[in-house]
Design a protein. Structure first.
Length: 139
């Protein structure tokens, strides 16, 4: 597949597959491989498989059900696409075991996906969770 096609797949996951968008799980079913591996910044071990990754997304978004993501930049080469994003929203639910604080947070991060045969097979997600936790008032 060409780089522009891969960018379109990655950006569709980033927008239509964002966990606050109605129907996001169907987008994941369409774009993500069954054996997808996610490397998430706060997890010691990768998350394996489509269903486990969707469950993980649900757990993250329960803490920030209205969080917004703005894509700031996108770079792609071969089978990889990286996008830089800004996140902002209030923590109104449980997030990583932390009760709701009601605090508004803003942070930045990078997501990189690897695409094979039009499916996302691997994802790396990095954000400054220390900064987020400080804004939540828990650190």
């Amino acid at each position: 597949m060409n780089v522009e096609y891969n960018k379109a797949i990655a950006l569709r996951l980033a927008t239509d597959g964002w966990g606050t968008v109605p129907g996001w799980e169907k987008v994941w079913d369409e774009l993500v491989a069954e054996n997808m591996i996610q490397h998430f910044c706060s997890q010691a071990e990768p998350i394996y498989g489509l269903e486990a990754n969707k469950a993980f997304q649900i757990s993250l978004f329960q803490g920030f059900p209205q969080i917004e993501q703005k894509i700031e930049a996108v770079v792609a080469e071969d089978d990889k696409v990286v996008y830089f994003h800004t996140l902002q929203g209030a923590q109104t639910g449980i997030f990583m075991g932390i009760p709701p604080t009601g605090k508004w947070v803003k942070g930045t991060g990078f997501t990189m996906v690897r695409i094979v045969n039009s499916k996302i097979v691997e994802m790396w997600y990095e954000t400054n969770l220390l900064e987020i936790m400080q804004q939540m008032g828990v650190i």
